[in-house]
Design a protein. Sequence first.
Length: 291
Amino acid sequence: MKTNNRPGRILLTFDDGLSTHMNSAYLLGDHDLRGTFGIITSLIGGAGFLDWEQAFDIAAAGHTICNHTHRHLWSGSGADKPLESHNAEELTADAICAREILNSLGHHGDWLMLPFGTSNCTGPEHLRRLMSEFSWLRMTVGAPVPAEMGSWVASGGKRLFPRDAGPVVGVSVAADVRRPEAVREAADNAAACGSLAVIAYHSTCHAVGEGQEIVWDAFEKDIKHIAALVKDKRLECVSPENLTIGTTPIEEIADADESQPDGVSVRDDHDGPKVPELADGDGGETGDVGD
């Protein structure tokens, strides 16, 4: 039952720039939907990843190519991983490096999807630095709060967000074989409440399905369900641009009263991309979202 007169919104995000995301983009286009694809710029053209020509093709089809950093560095927060940890300056510099590459090619380097989610934001000072450098951020867990309170809290897990969420959002659901109905449930809830659901996808055509790497049939089922809600005008499929138009600019939020608590809780939010140099652990709990 719909409880709001305005349609809900859904943001479909895809992490890592995997080569299989070409097929994902084609399916979205077949259903008049659009996706936001976060690229790890150092891995473009590598085995299992998009090349630049494919990235341009995805953008030309009406989708968004944005920033998932240059080397996908990790802060060291959360569960142990076989990865070197990096400080806030190194993490920020890595994202800025990717921004310069993407912007030079006409993509959206100023829109950042944080690797490893909220656990890669080391605290309020780091968050404000990121907000001063980028015009849109996708965190993972947490919720936006009024600008005068510091803009973001990292507690409370995944959730729907206000329809006009502004330049900082989290993730509502990460597609996961352990919760096969979760994406469709989030879409239904956003449509019913007039809210925003942010979906995170990783591999969408795994051979058998493992953690956040889902099989193609499951992805296709999600997309057909979302497309039906859009066709019925109960849901709008949006991009980061739609979420920042008419909202408080991120730099104004970053400069607001710095009364956010000193300790921003962080957690292990993300699985890493499945490549040797960025190998990940066990995939986390069912509530965790991937890289």
